[in-house]
Ligand binder design. Structure first.
Ligand SMILES: [Zn+2]
Length: 229
């Protein structure tokens, strides 16, 4: 069950106070999608993961916080173009603006996650733009890897997400390479199952969204088909 609340927050940039909806608690009834997108009920809280100041357009998970450079970015023309880009749903623009800020202040991993969240919004409301968001996420996560940032604290999750991003943008060879090199490393069993399933999807050139539950099911079926010695 999801429990919501109303919260007032003062904008770090313009100083105006606005009311937002906060998530007090939520839960997931099933395992997530292969790219970590949670199942319901948490899945439906995506719209509350980002706040947009109605006065200046600052987008953040907490608009009362920011970096010294943030104001200049938020006041810039490029930022405002993204904020009102008619090609994307409004919520996706908020996440893409957050990605822009985080990338500019050097948090490429955070920026990558924000771009992935924009992709999830597009999956639901404008599927034709999801690929563009995923391409941005790839670029940002690559930047994070180059600068040694942590994409996820959990072993193998960064590789699993990268493989999914490549597959869902039709870059099957790259997805395959990420899976193969990750599968050489010691990984938690669930991640091994996810990457093995991801590799199979890549071989079929499947670009659709799939779940971790499907990966577990695939592992069970593969195990049962193994010849017994
Ligand atoms: Zn503001």
């Amino acid at each position: 069950m999801t429990s919501l609340c109303k919260e007032k927050e003062k904008c770090f940039i313009c100083g105006k106070t606005s009311e937002f909806t906060g998530v007090m608690s939520t839960s997931s009834s099933d395992l997530p999608d292969l790219d970590t997108r949670p199942s319901e009920m948490k899945r439906s809280t995506l719209q509350y993961w980002i706040r947009r100041c109605p006065s200046c357009g600052y987008c953040a998970d907490q608009i009362s916080h920011g970096d010294g450079k943030t104001a200049a970015i938020v006041k810039g023309e490029v930022y405002h173009q993204q904020l009102a880009d008619p090609a994307y749903p409004e919520l996706a623009n908020s996440f893409l603006c957050r990605a822009m800020i985080q990338a500019d202040v050097g948090n490429h991993a955070e920026a990558g996650w924000a771009a992935l969240h924009a992709a999830w919004v597009c999956d639901d409301h404008k599927p034709g733009m999801a690929s563009a968001c995923r391409s941005k996420a790839i670029q940002l996560f690559q930047g994070a890897m180059e600068t040694g940032e942590t994409i996820s604290e959990e072993t193998g999750v960064a590789e699993a997400v990268m493989a999914d991003l490549y597959r869902r943008t039709g870059q099957f060879e790259k997805a395959q390479m990420v899976c193969l090199s990750a599968l050489f490393k010691p990984l938690p069993e669930l991640i091994t199952q996810v990457l093995t399933y991801q590799k199979a999807l890549t071989e079929r050139q499947d670009m659709k969204g799939h779940t971790v539950s499907q990966a577990v099911e695939y592992a069970k079926i593969s195990e049962s088909r193994k010849p017994h010695s």
